[in-house]
Design a protein around this ligand. Structure first.
Ligand code: PLP
Length: 423
């Protein structure tokens, strides 16, 4: 029989851990560029009984019986994604962004085929050919980077590399880069060398949904993404494509990359696509960018160097060496977290340090914007975090700064009523 008792009564340890993380989430200013806070509706769908259903295959073509309802959920999620992004086809089954990327490669590449993508040490993702990742093991990634002087992507250099290497896929997309990509220029380079254009929009797909970033959909053959970053949905991946690629992509996701979809997450994706199609979401997405600019401006004014000179998206990559040559990203990020500002260390382009230490810290504004913060709070946050980094060896100053940070965070809790509907 199904145990009807609530989590608290069944497993007090896990219930306590959830409560502890609600407290952590409510008492920090959250500046991890890839994180966000989902709505109660997304949490409910994600915690729903769809977790019980096995449904390998696609609507109407399942390998299990009893899929009538999950078929409807998947169709709903797919149609909402297509409408939201103006895409001819959407696959909503990928368990995560990495799986979406690997499925896209699997759909169009043979082992050893060439892909031109942003290097990991320049702002690309590990699924863009890092040797320890399956992408790097299976395919021949040619990295491009940023210009050493401007720290911006140089389309002429990408074109030059494409002409030399003749890749099968040109990949546009990043995990640490603060500018808008020129999708039209990427398209024309791909066309010139007869390559497919793939855009990994994991980071900015939420901004695209809210009209705060140009859409890659009209230019790309296929676009991969995550639903859990700025898009403010459940953890998961998605692939948008032209109709001509639909069959190959669907086949690469299932049975190529995975078995059954995670249908509680697919249901939550459907909810997130609905939420992202509202006028409120467009206001939210634009505020994310305004907050990132306010953060970047104040950091610059405080003498913290912003890589690339500013931001046009939700992300601000900073160079700790502008505070102190000896200060690593890792040390700075640890310190900030200890006083209530959560962020992550990151390599900066041409970083002499190992990626596991890094000279930079990446800040992002999707979560703080969901917390309800606007430019004045972004400005204040940047001022506080610069002070923390400057006073890193002064425990008295740090204590005083922590009080101010906790006060600001406490005024904008993500979940003022605790873990909605559960603990
Ligand atoms: C550009 C890019 N692609 C793919 C991913 C992978 O997403 P996931 O962590 O869901 O596998 C990320 C995650 O940060 C990313 O930044």
């Amino acid at each position: 029989m199904i145990d009807p008792r609530p989590l608290e009564d069944v497993d007090a340890q896990v219930a306590d851990l959830i409560r502890a993380d609600v407290t952590r989430q409510n008492s920090h200013i959250h500046l991890i560029a890839s994180e966000n806070f989902v709505s109660r509706a997304v949490l409910e769908a994600s915690g729903s009984v769809f977790t019980n259903k096995y449904a390998e295959g696609y609507p109407g073509r399942r390998y299990y019986e009893g899929c009538e309802v999950v078929d409807e959920v998947e169709i709903l999620a797919k149609e909402r994604a297509q409408a939201l992004f103006g895409a001819e086809h959407a696959n909503v089954q990928s368990h995560a962004g990495s799986q979406a990327n690997l499925a896209a490669y699997f759909a169009f590449l043979e082992p050893g085929d060439k892909v031109l993508a942003m290097g990991f040490d320049q702002g690309g993702h590990l699924t863009h050919g890092l040797p320890v990742n399956a992408s790097g093991e299976l395919y021949d990634f040619v990295p491009y980077g940023v210009d050493p002087d401007t720290e911006l992507i140089d389309m002429d250099e990408i074109r030059r590399l494409a002409l030399v290497h003749r890749p099968k896929i040109v990949l546009a997309g990043y995990t640490a880069y603060s500018q808008v990509l020129d999708f039209e220029a990427f398209r024309s380079i791909a066309d010139e060398v007869g390559a497919l254009l793939m855009v990994d929009a994991a980071h900015f797909i939420g901004l695209v949904a809210g009209d705060a970033y140009p859409s890659p959909v009209p230019y790309a053959d296929f676009v991969t993404g995550t639903t859990h970053k700025a898009l403010r949905g459940p953890r998961g991946g998605l692939i948008l494509s032209r109709e001509e690629h639909a069959e190959r992509i669907d086949k690469a996701v299932f049975p190529g990359m995975q078995g059954g979809g995670i249908f509680n997450q697919v249901a939550a994706k459907a909810v997130c696509f609905l939420e992202a199609s509202t006028p409120e979401f467009r206001v939210y997405a634009k505020q994310i960018v305004l907050n990132a600019r306010a953060l970047a401006n104040r950091l610059t004014a405080e003498g913290v160097r912003v890589v690339g000179g500013g931001t046009d998206n939700h992300m601000v990559l900073t160079d700790m060496r502008s505070i102190d040559e000896e200060l690593t990203g890792k040390k700075g990020a640890r310190l900030l977290n200890s006083v209530g500002i959560t962020c992550n260390f990151n390599a900066v382009p041409f970083d002499p340090r190992r990626p596991f230490v890094g000279s930079g810290i990446r800040f992002g504004t999707p979560a703080m914007t969901t917390q309800g913060m606007k430019e004045p709070e972004a400005d204040e946050t940047a001022g506080l975090l610069a002070e923390v980094l400057r006073h890193r060896d002064d425990p008295v100053a740090l204590e005083e700064l922590e009080v101010r940070i906790r006060k600001l965070a406490g005024a904008f809790p993500a979940y003022p009523e605790g873990f909605p509907g559960h603990v």
